[in-house]
Design a protein around this ligand. Structure first.
Ligand code: NAP
Length: 364
């Protein structure tokens, strides 16, 4: 607020300058630790909070406007009060943390200036004050690639596909590859990378719309809806009469068990995720592990973060493949922070078709 004293001794208080420097900051709040499958009511969209559109002097922080936010299955793990993990739990009463694409609006950090675009860890709110920059990258807008792809194809899920397939699966031309959750953020790129290498690729997924996408848009050799297969072992025998060399496992559970039985000698299983087990406090257990011995299978869990040294090569390779039209990428875009709870919860029933993203604001 600015005071102006007139000749007659009266003071006029001008508030507009201060008002312009703050804004409403809608947030998505994590209500508290949960058990079981996440529900929309576990998150609360809260309006009314206001934020100063200035990075505090001397803080080294910068303020961003969030443009796109990413919904990722690993975030379910942060909703448990479990500290023995590679990532700490969310803080009840605070906004959800997650990957986003954001624009810097004010900065007290010489490395980030207003107008810069960044991609990395932010919070589910309209504006965020960023104090820690280790998990953020500056990005440039490329008119040929949607900005939101920084959360999918060119972001953490795309990198997971690239590192997991190339480094963990040791793939070779002509091999037989099974991918689960195949139309999702990770799976769709795994399958396309495998096809580019000359593998035979079959995807499993949870709807006929996804089967159609895999066969007709993403170039998989074949695809099936696991929900319509009463016997997964029999289904895999039908799709892979000669057996599976590589299983890229995004789901765990029954599909992993059935894949173990159908692996070929010296097969590889990349254990990327266990989304089918996420809501079980008592996991169902895997019964067919003896196949690891008889077929000399290598089964390896991995975290994409172990391979970050490959990130520059990944970006170069995948951007080039995308620009040449050799890969495509499917996104499921929800509009507005209000839709964030349902978008997130939808991951665990397979409602998302492609990489689930939330558009919070448009880039100007
Ligand atoms: P996504 O596939 O885009 O979305 C999740 C999908 O999982 C849903 O669309 C659904 O697809 C499937 N799903 C949900 N519940 C299921 C169930 N009970 N059984 C079988 N499938 C189920 O997710 P994403 O981002 O690509 O992630 C895929 C997996 O990779 C997740 O397990 C995630 O945790 C893991 N991940 C691991 C790393 C790492 O570093 N290791 C990094 C990123 C992601 P359908 O309709 O096809 O069932």
């Amino acid at each position: 607020m600015v005071g102006m004293v007139h000749g007659n001794g009266r003071t006029t208080w001008m508030c507009y300058a201060t008002k312009a420097m703050e804004a409403e900051n809608k947030q998505v709040i994590f209500k508290g630790f949960i058990k079981g499958t996440p529900k929309e009511t576990d998150l609360q969209v809260m309006a009314g909070t206001r934020i100063q559109l200035k990075a505090p002097k001397g803080s080294g922080a910068f303020l961003v406007k969030n443009l796109y936010l990413s919904c990722d299955p690993y975030m379910r793990g942060r909703m448990r009060d479990f500290r023995d993990s590679y990532i700490p739990p969310f803080v009840p009463g605070q906004p959800i943390e997650g990957f986003g694409v954001s624009k810097v609006v004010d900065s007290d950090n010489t490395s980030f200036k207003p107008g810069d675009l960044v991609s990395g860890m932010t919070r589910w709110e309209e504006y965020s004050l960023i104090r820690r920059t280790e998990q953020l990258r500056k990005i440039k807008q490329d008119d040929d690639i949607p900005l939101s792809f920084r959360l999918g194809l060119l972001g953490m899920p795309g990198f997971t596909a690239y590192a997991g397939f190339n480094e963990v699966c040791s793939p070779k031309k002509g091999e037989y590859v099974l991918v689960s959750a195949a139309s999702g953020a990770v799976g769709q790129l795994v399958g396309q990378l495998a096809k580019l290498l000359g593998c035979y690729v079959v995807g499993s997924c949870g709807s006929s719309q996804k089967v159609d996408l895999l066969r007709n848009k993403l170039g998989f050799d074949d695809a099936f809806n696991y929900k319509e297969e009463p016997d997964l072992d029999a289904a895999l025998k039908r799709y892979f009469p000669q057996g599976i060399d590589i299983y890229f496992d995004n789901v765990g559970g029954e599909m992993l068990d059935a894949a173990l039985v159908n692996m070929r000698i010296h097969g590889r299983i990349a254990v990327c995720g266990m989304v089918s087990e996420k809501d079980l406090s008592d996991p169902r257990g895997i019964h067919n592990l003896y196949n690891l011995i008889t077929k000399r299978i290598k089964m390896q869990g991995f975290l994409q973060s172990d391979y970050l040294h490959l990130y520059p090569r990944f970006l170069e390779d995948v951007i080039s493949l995308y620009k040449q039209g050799k890969i495509v990428y499917i996104e499921d875009m929800n509009e507005g922070l209000e839709s964030a709870p349902s978008a997130f919860v939808g991951l665990f029933s397979g409602r998302n078709v492609g990489k689930q993203v939330i558009r919070v604001a448009t880039y100007e």
